[in-house]
Write a protein that binds this ligand. Structure first.
Ligand SMILES: Cc1cc2nc3c(=O)[nH]c(=O)nc-3n(C[C@H](O)[C@H](O)[C@H](O)COP(=O)(O)OP(=O)(O)OC[C@H]3O[C@@H](n4cnc5c(N)ncnc54)[C@H](O)[C@@H]3O)c2cc1C
Length: 273
C-alpha cells in the first residue's frame, strides 16, 4: 500500500526519508505519479513538503540559492533568473513546467535532466539533509556520481555563483519533436571571458552519458583562448572525450556522437541551430 505523509518542515521530511528505506520524496510528481499511475510504484511512503523554505529563491546576491521545490515555471517567472530561462523552458510543456521541480530534475534518468545540465555548467552545489541534522553542500558532479547508489537523503536546495555576465551562459537542447520533445542531447556552456579570452570554462552535456556530465576536454582546449575559429575547431575535436551515449527510443549512440560536435561548434560560434 502507498501512504502519503505531509511534512511542515524540511527536517521532518529528511528524518522520515533517512529512517525508512521505502520512503520517497514527491516533488512535482511528474515522474513519481507516472510510476504510481502505471503500477510500478505500489508500496512505501510518499513524502510531501510544505515548508516555505523548500520553494524559496534567493536570486539577487552574488550567491544564488534555489529551493529544491522551485518549479520550472517559477524560474521562468523570475526576471533575475533570465539566464536560466532556456533550460527551464526546455522541460516538457507548460503543464509539466508548472509542476516539475529543480530537485526532481536532479534525479531524472537520462535523457531527462536538462536543467541539471545547466546547473553543472554553473558549477552548482547541492544542499543535502540526511536525518534531523543540518544540511551539507556538495558539488553537483559528486552528487550525481553518488545518485545511483541512493540513500543521499533530502535535497533541500541548489546553490551557485550568479554569472557576472549572464550572456556568457549558453544552453541548447536538441530534440526531434519541437517544442516539447525529449532531448537527443543538451549542451550548456558557461564561458566567462577575461581580456577577450575564456577563463574557467564550464561545459556540460545531457544524454551523452548515463548521467549529465562535464565536457572536460572541451573546457581544457578553450581555457585561455579567444573564441575564434581555431579554438572552436579544437573544441569540436575534443567534444566526444568521455562520452558514453546510449541508443534509446529517441536516438542511436551513433547519431548522438555525429551531431554533438556540430551543435557544440554552432553554440560556440553563436550560430542558430
Ligand atoms: C510529459 C513529460 C515531459 C518531460 N519532459 C522533460 C524534459 O524535456 N526535460 C527533462 O529534463 N525532464 C522532462 N520530464 C521529466 C520531469 O518532468 C522533470 O525531470 C522534472 O524536473 C522532475 O521533477 P519532479 O519534481 O516532477 O520530480 P518527481 O516526480 O517529484 O520526483 C522524481 C524523483 O526525484 C526524487 N526527488 C524529487 N525531489 C527530491 C528532493 N528534493 N530530494 C530528494 N529526492 C527528490 C523523487 O523521490 C523521485 O525519485 C518530463 C516528464 C514528463 C511526464
Amino acid at each position: 500500500m502507498l501512504d502519503v505523509r505531509t511534512c511542515a518542515s524540511l527536517s521532518e521530511a529528511a528524518g522520515i526519508l533517512s529512517g525508512d528505506r521505502q520512503a520517497m520524496l514527491i516533488g512535482g510528481g511528474t515522474l513519481v505519479m507516472r510510476d504510481v499511475n502505471e503500477g510500478r510504484l505500489t508500496e512505501g511512503t510518499l513524502v510531501r513538503v510544505t515548508d516555505p523554505a523548500y520553494r524559496q529563491m534567493s536570486v539577487s546576491g552574488a550567491r544564488v540559492e534555489l529551493g529544491a521545490g522551485v518549479t520550472m515555471a517559477m524560474v521562468l517567472a523570475s526576471r533575475e533568473l533570465a539566464y536560466l530561462h532556456a533550460p527551464a523552458r526546455g522541460i516538457g510543456g507548460p503543464a509539466i513546467r508548472t509542476m516539475a521541480t529543480i530537485g526532481g530534475n536532479l534525479f531524472a534518468a537520462t535523457p531527462y535532466g536538462d536543467f541539471t545540465v545547466a546547473l553543472l555548467a554553473l558549477d552548482a552545489q547541492v544542499v543535502l539533509q540526511a536525518g534531523y541534522g543540518s544540511g551539507r553542500a556538495m558539488p553537483l558532479e559528486d552528487f550525481l556520481a553518488g545518485r545511483e547508489r541512493g540513500g543521499q537523503g533530502l535535497v533541500t536546495a541548489v546553490q551557485f555563483s550568479r554569472p557576472q555576465n549572464p550572456s556568457e551562459l549558453f544552453f541548447r537542447k536538441i530534440a526531434r519533436v519541437k517544442p516539447k520533445g525529449i532531448s537527443v542531447l543538451s549542451i550548456a556552456a558557461h564561458l566567462p571571458s577575461s581580456s577577450g579570452r575564456v577563463a574557467q570554462a564550464r561545459v556540460a552535456y545531457g544524454a551523452m552519458a548515463p548521467l549529465p556530465m562535464r565536457a572536460r576536454g572541451v573546457e581544457r582546449v578553450l581555457e585561455g583562448k579567444a573564441l575564434d575559429q581555431p579554438a572552436i575547431q579544437a573544441a569540436k575535436q575534443a567534444a566526444l572525450e568521455g562520452c558514453r551515449p546510449a541508443t534509446d527510443a529517441i536516438a542511436s549512440e551513433w547519431y548522438r556522437r555525429e551531431i554533438l560536435p556540430v551543435h557544440l561548434g554552432r553554440l560556440l560560434a553563436g550560430e542558430p541551430r
